[in-house]
Design a protein around this ligand. Structure first.
Ligand code: SAH
Length: 182
């Protein structure tokens, strides 16, 4: 995916990175492959998804991922180091309970915490879906929030299809390399 291309460009093999929404595990597997000497923290609130991925990890001998059965809004309870990348894939898990979707309020908390944990030169990607009601509200809230980020500290991009209706869009936030707070 396009999010993977952006992340690949900045993540090094000893980095610590986060998948804020494990889901079916595609982003976590991708991140795991990038950080052979690093660590992936993956958050998920659905026990089924966590168990499924834990089995996959055992089968494939993956040992650089820690899956956490808790909401991404609590990520600072589990991660006490700065991180190079955080990936969000919002919405609900296709094929699972559609009522278990990411929610505006907790997504914004997680995003704020991600920005705090992010290293200079690090990246956050957000795949946002506007095709369902909560997703549309959530996507707009995410855009409203990231628009306010200090341009000296962050480069913020929205990448979207302009010839499709209700298409998902991607947000890329880069923390500038030489940024330091005054
Ligand atoms: N919409 C995407 C898939 C998103 S999966 C697509 O169509 O491909 C999003 C995952 O986030 C789901 O598995 C859901 O259970 C999980 N999730 C929901 N709330 C969460 C939270 N607060 N913290 C972490 N994960 C959460």
């Amino acid at each position: 995916t396009m999010a993977h291309d952006y992340v690949k460009n900045v993540v090094k093999n000893d980095d610590i990175v986060v998948d804020a929404t494990l889901g079916n595990g595609n982003d976590t597997l991708f991140l795991s492959s990038l950080v052979s000497d690093g660590m992936v923290y993956a958050f998920e609130v659905q026990r089924m998804a966590v168990e499924k991925f834990n089995i996959k990890m055992r089968e494939d001998n993956i040992n650089n991922v820690e899956v956490i059965l808790d909401g991404h809004e609590n990520m600072d309870k589990y991660i006490d180091k700065t991180v190079k990348a955080v990936m969000f894939n919002l919405g609900y898990l296709p094929g699972a309970d559609k009522s278990v979707t990411t929610k505006t309020e907790t997504t914004l908390i997680a995003l704020e915490k991600s920005l705090k944990l992010l290293q200079n030169g690090g990246i956050i990607t957000i795949a946002a879906y506007i095709g369902h009601e909560e997703g549309s509200k959530e996507s707009m809230a995410v855009l409203d929030y990231i628009k306010t980020l200090d341009p000296k500290a962050y480069s913020v991009m929205q990448i979207s299809y302009i010839n499709r209706n209700n298409a998902p869009f991607l947000v890329v936030i880069e923390k500038n390399d030489s940024y330091h707070e005054d």
